[in-house]
Each structure stands twice: as structure tokens, then as C-alpha cells.
Design a protein around this ligand. Sequence first.
Ligand code: TLP
Length: 347
Amino acid sequence: MNKIIDLRSDTVTKPSEKMRLAMYRAEVGDDVYGDDPTVNRLEELGAELFGKEAALFVTSGTQGNLLALLTHCRRGDEVIVEANSHIFLYEVGGLSALGGIMPRCIPGDNGFLIPESVENSIRSENVHHPITRLICVENTHNLAGGAVITIEQQNALRQVADNYQLKMHLDGARAFNAAVFLGCPVAEVAQPYDSVQVCLSKGLGAPVGSLLVGKKDFIAQARRYRKMVGGGMRQAGVIAAAGIYALENMVERLADDHHNAKLLAEKVANVKGLGLDMRSVDTNIVYCKVDEDYMSAVELCDKLREKGVLANAMGSDRVRFVTHHDVTTEQCQQAAGIINEIMMADR
Ligand code: TLP
């Protein structure tokens, strides 16, 4: 069989040889003592790229988001999140379980929280109410098909936050994909936020880790919470080196992933039994709606797997394809051909 074409997620990327070499050569120390020079360098680089005072290397996007929520909020506070956000749907309810924080879910428009809806959800001063503390934004938005929220849209939300003295956190797991799509430095994407979580382990290809960036005192407090949840790492320079390599070498190539996603989407857009809105394909994620008269999303994924293509079923009728460093343009074309074949055979 040909090589497996793994389109389940950009998290499946494996460190390249050059990245592994950087890891092998990394100078290390005990990071809980602040002694790991490679972790320190990664955090400095991250803070600089995002235009923030400080950064913290964390184990995952989930941990980065959790630490941000714990640091911004107190128990009983309310946080405004988009109804299909990763923080609400896929982070094991950590904000409530570990932080005693209440999510207030607002359905967005293609992932974008409408400023008026946000404003209408902010709690007024009343003894019965929790305190609205924070607005969380996801850019790019995973469940909205990697949709990019523009700088203007972000600024409109910041305006609301400022009017009510709220903090803003960006789940920027794929913030670099947004920056590459918008053609701006990632600091511009990060600008309206008090804190940003960015994953190194997705399209950037590092094996582990995320950065949380923000003001110095915010990061100092997040560091304490990281220790509390067991995230104090020791000779973490071995993995931080991969993060540095990713930030220095893997950002611009995200444009290739976006190109491949578009290509894949174009090739399956007109396949009978599949629904796909080309306008939703901004970056590296493609969602297809599978007509139930043909098959379910799980059945399509099973058939694809038999032919060497891996994809994720999202619910009963949607399949997600994600492009990344470890799939080539040719493989995306090949995958589109296989999708086409399967759908045609079912007629
Ligand atoms: N997303 C993963 C899965 O958890 C769904 C994926 O394959 O897309 N924010 C966003 C927007 C994410 O997409 C993810 C991971 C995270 C946070 C969490 O990052 P990790 O997996 O490092 O905890």
C-alpha cells in the first residue's frame, strides 16, 4: 500500500531531521529553577514575536488556555466563549472543574463572536449575578473550518471589552495560520489581547508544547498555576529547542498548507454527496458535510482508511481534513481522488 495520507490533524506532524538535531544539541538545565537556557530563549523569542512582555512554555494548548483562565479569573466568575470553541467543547471542562469558572456560550458567526451579542451577555451589577471577567476568542477557529477572524473584527471585540473593563484571551492554537493568511506579523493578531496561547505542536511541527504570552506579572502567576497542575518541567530544553526551530523555520511554510487545503477543497467541492463551502476554507482545515443518503461521516472515514487516507469524523455528518507539513500537494490531490472514488462508488 502507498504511504498513509494522514489528514486527521496538524497535530500528527513529526519533527523533521533538522528539528531533531536542534533537540539533540539543546543545552539544558532545571527549568523549575529557571536554569534551562533553551527554555529561557524560547520564552524570550515567543514574547518578542507576539509583542508581549513575557512568555511561558507549557505542555499543551489545553494547559495554556487553562492557565490563562485560572490567572484572569476567580472562582465563580463568568467567561464569554464562542459556543463551538475548543475551550468550551474539547478541554474536558477544565475551566469549571479546576477553576470554578462559568462558561457563557454565545453562538458566533463562522466562529466570530458578534460584538453586540457579547455586549448583551455581559452581566450587570446585581447581587444575583456572577461577574463577567473575560472574553475568549479563537483565531483561527477550528470548528468554523480554520476561519480567520480579521484584525477589524478583533478590534471591535476589544472595544466592547474596554467599555466594560473585561480582559481578552486568544486561543491562538493556530495564530500563525491567521497571521500568514492576513499577511501580517503575528504580533498584530495578538495585539488586542491580554494573553495568547499558541501551539508549537500543530502546523509548526514541534513534537510538544505551547506558549502562553502576556504581561510579566500575569505570566509569573500563570507559572505558579502551571506548577500547581503538574506542568513544572525540568530539562525541558530538549523540547523547547524544537519550539525555537519551529518559530524560526516553520512559520512561512504554513502558506503551503493553506494552498494544499484549498486544492483539496476545490477538488471535492463538486463531488455528489458532499457539501462544502469554499468560502470557509481560509487556512489549513477543510470540513465536508456528508449527505446521509450516501453514508455517515464515520462510514466515509472507514472507507478512506481502507484506502490509506485518514480523516476525522466530527459528529454524524461532517468530516474534517487538515493539511500540514507531513502531507505533500500530490498526496492532497491523491486524497481528493480517493474521496471522489468512494462517493461515486456509492451511487
Ligand atoms: N485541537 C485538536 C483537537 O483537540 C481537536 C485538533 O486536532 O484540532 N485550541 C484549539 C483551537 C485547538 O484546535 C486545540 C487542539 C487546542 C486548543 C488544544 O491543544 P492541545 O491539543 O495541545 O491541548
